[in-house]
Ligand binder design. Structure first.
Ligand code: ADP
Ligand code: MG
Length: 252
């Protein structure tokens, strides 16, 4: 269900380079994310996927190149990274909800404090989002009263409540029990199909194939292959991608 019309670029990653203590982790990475596009990043462990997402939302600094959001650089020394993080939401493997706050309070905290929005508007939107992910009846529950899958859905709603332009997902189902993976993938799938602009790192191959408009395959800090899900999974063009897919027994 790829979106046929290429919309305008939202996020431009322009030839970025990053190393840790002289060891290159991202090398000449170029990637453009268009409005309403869901791009899935695949690649072996340690290839730089998390680092790329962390550079995009300003948790790590790049050494060369530039990242732009709506044409405005967001990677330089003068960047207000807190402001960037309000526009680029990120969800991690571990949800890290505040244990002493209810689901609803966890979700409304950022919009109320960081964005200084009005209580009524913020709560109404939070409740609508909770309903969308099937958790309305849990709004007054504390994290310890929620399952892993429910907590991860609250974490996704918490990021969405900030009304970001882009959402980044870093292996958000990797730490969940198998029976809870589906409910979280469903939320991301619906989000992608509703037109949210998303960059998703995952090892869930069926999900990647169904949800992505485009697959980006990274190996050793480089984008090795970039293609439609169908083309990537049926006719990977590089040996590295073929090897990677064989591990997941995605043979057809
Ligand atoms: P992935 O998410 O694809 O598994 P990462 O982006 O986490 O990969 O890591 C890419 C490489 O960078 C790995 O070799 C990892 O050991 C290294 N790395 C990640 N974070 C740091 C750090 N804070 N300091 C030093 N090396 C790091
Ligand atoms: Mg990672």
């Amino acid at each position: 269900m790829a979106k046929l019309v290429k919309t305008e670029p939202v996020l431009e990653i322009d030839n970025i380079y990053k190393d840790y203590d002289g060891i290159p982790v991202l090398k000449a990475v170029n990637l453009t994310l268009h409005k309403q596009e869901a791009v899935v990043i695949l690649g072996p462990s340690g290839c730089g996927k998390s680092t790329l997402l962390r550079c995009i939302n300003g948790l790590e600094r790049i050494q060369q190149g530039e990242i732009r959001l709506d044409g405005v650089p967001i990677s330089g020394d003068k960047t207000d990274f807190r402001a960037v993080r309000q526009k680029i939401g990120m969800v991690f493997q571990s949800y890290e909800l505040f244990p002493h706050l209810t689901a609803l309070e966890n979700i409304t905290l950022g919009p109320l404090r960081a964005q200084k929005r009005g209580k009524k508007e913020v709560e109404d939107k939070a409740i609508a989002l909770l309903e969308r992910v099937g958790l309305l009846e849990k709004k007054n529950y504390y994290p310890r009263q929620l399952s892993g899958g429910q907590k991860q859905r609250v974490a996704i709603v918490r990021a969405l409540a900030m009304q970001p332009e882009i959402m980044l997902f870093d292996e958000v189902t990797a730490a969940l029990d198998p029976e809870m993976v589906r409910e979280v993938l469903d939320v991301m799938f619906n989000l992608a199909k509703s037109g949210m602009t998303m960059l998703i790192v995952t090892h869930e191959m069926s999900f990647a194939r169904a949800a992505a408009d485009r697959i980006v395959f990274i190996d050793a800090g480089e984008i090795v292959e970039e293609n439609s899900p169908h083309a990537f999974f049926t006719q990977p063009t590089t040996e590295r991608a073929r090897k990677f897919l064989n591990i997941f027994e995605f043979k057809e």
